[in-house]
Design a protein around this ligand. Structure first.
Ligand SMILES: NC(=O)c1ccc[n+]([C@@H]2O[C@H](COP(=O)([O-])OP(=O)(O)OC[C@H]3O[C@@H](n4cnc5c(N)ncnc54)[C@H](O)[C@@H]3O)[C@@H](O)[C@H]2O)c1
Length: 255
């Protein structure tokens, strides 16, 4: 199926690793030009951007950004528009994860979750909506990476993450209602257990993974590419009746 994404311009936040990196690869495979926005060392992001450009013959741009900082978000959109003239698709994928027990969490730590998972999502989406209106675009797409934890969890000790991802889910539906009629498709994806460098390195990762596998109906954790394939589909014309959904990609875990 041709998704019709050739030549589209996509920003992927947190595109330097894990699910975001897989999204960048999948868009590049489809012939889209990819802006990798990540706060990891810029040399790493540039190197990944160059690799994708060479392999898939697309144009890429690497930008060092903290999505929770208004000036960074402004600069990201300015650099992208300078190089590509517009933005068709925004993947709000960067997120702060972590386990924090309620008795230990400080207000400063809680605010870090809020800044990335809520304020970053808000600032990026706001910039995208403004650009859509300024350029009188016919259609644009925003996909937010939420998490199964916002709806069901058995980990314990991650209430700041759960709370902020719950806000991200509510924000996604609210924004779809607010801007959907203008041609802005706003949807969310809900990954469950995904194997990334981050999840491989959490305490008791192996035991946790074995326990999780038992409760996942498809019988295994997801690879980042399996999340990216669904997310990228949501940004295509083939998904033109999909608005404001929170797409369960948990292998049935939430059943
Ligand atoms: N891995 C999972 O099992 C899982 C499950 C459900 C949801 N998620 C969500 O998926 C998204 C990606 O997770 P992942 O597992 O691929 O993570 P990851 O740690 O592998 O990669 C995240 C990337 O985002 C970047 N990043 C983090 N904060 C940023 C910020 N403020 N500004 C810019 N870049 C930033 C990091 O540098 C990193 O490159 C997150 O929103 C996460 O909450 C992950």
């Amino acid at each position: 199926m041709d998704l019709g994404l050739k030549g589209k311009v996509v920003i992927v936040t947190g595109g330097g690793a894990g699910i975001g990196a897989a999204m960048c690869q999948t868009f590049a495979e489809e012939g889209a030009n990819v802006v990798i926005a990540d706060f990891r060392p810029i040399e790493d992001t540039v190197s990944y951007a160059d690799k994708l450009a060479q392999k898939y013959q697309v144009e890429t741009l690497a930008v060092k950004v903290d999505v929770s900082r208004p000036d960074d978000v402004k600069r990201l959109f300015a650099e992208t528009v300078k190089k590509f003239r517009t933005v068709d698709i925004l993947m709000n994928n960067a997120g702060k994860m972590g386990l924090n027990r309620i008795e230990d969490i400080t207000i400063e730590e809680l605010q870090k979750f809020e800044r990335v998972n809520i304020e970053g999502l808000f600032l990026m989406s706001q910039a995208m909506v403004k650009l859509h209106r300024e350029q009188k675009r016919e259609k644009s797409w925003i996909v937010n990476t939420i998490s199964k934890s916002a709806f069901s969890t058995n980990s314990g000790g991650n209430s700041p993450y759960i709370a902020t991802k719950g806000a991200a889910a509510a924000f996604t539906r609210g924004l779809a209602t607010e801007v959907g009629r203008e041609g802005i498709y706003v949807n969310g994806i809900i990954p469950g257990y995904v194997v990334t460098e981050t999840t491989k390195n959490i305490p008791n990762a192996k035991e946790r993974s074995e326990a999780m596998t038992k409760i996942i109906p498809v019988g295994r954790e997801a690879e980042p590419k399996e999340i990216a394939d669904v997310a990228v589909f949501l940004c295509s014309e083939k998904a033109c009746q999909v608005m404001g959904v929170l797409m369960d990609i948990t292998g049935g875990t939430m059943l």
